[in-house]
Design a protein around this ligand. Structure first.
Ligand code: FES
Length: 94
C-alpha cells in the first residue's frame, strides 16, 4: 500500500514539501501551517521523514519512534529536494 499523504488534511507529502520550499518553512512551521500531522497524527512520522529525506511515497509502516520530532536542524533539508527549481538543483537560483 502506497502512503503518500496526510489523509486528515488531504495533502500529499509532495505538496507539503513544495509548500515548505516556496514559503521557506522549517519542519515545525510546515506542520503548523499545513495542519498535516496534527489531527490523528498517524502521518506525522511520514511528514517528518519526507521533509528530511525528500522521499514522498512510502511502502513501510512508520510509527512515532521511527522518526524524531522536528528540530532546528530541519530548516535546510527541504532545500535539497530534487526537481524543484531553487531547491539546491544545478539549475536553481541558490
Ligand atoms: S493522517 Fe495526517 S493528521 Fe491524520
Amino acid at each position: 500500500m502506497k502512503i503518500d499523504r496526510c489523509v486528515c488534511t488531504q495533502q500529499s507529502f509532495g505538496t507539503l514539501l513544495v509548500q515548505a520550499h516556496v514559503e521557506g518553512l522549517s519542519l515545525s512551521e510546515l506542520i503548523t501551517a499545513s495542519g498535516a500531522g496534527t489531527c490523528c497524527t498517524m502521518c506525522r512520522p511520514y511528514v517528518c521523514r519526507a521533509y528530511r529525506t525528500g522521499v514522498t511515497q512510502f511502502e513501510e509502516l512508520l510509527n512515532h519512534d521511527d522518526e524524531p520530532e522536528p528540530t532546528d536542524a530541519d530548516r535546510t533539508v527541504v532545500r535539497k529536494l530534487p526537481g524543484i527549481r531553487g531547491a539546491g538543483t544545478p539549475d536553481g537560483p541558490d
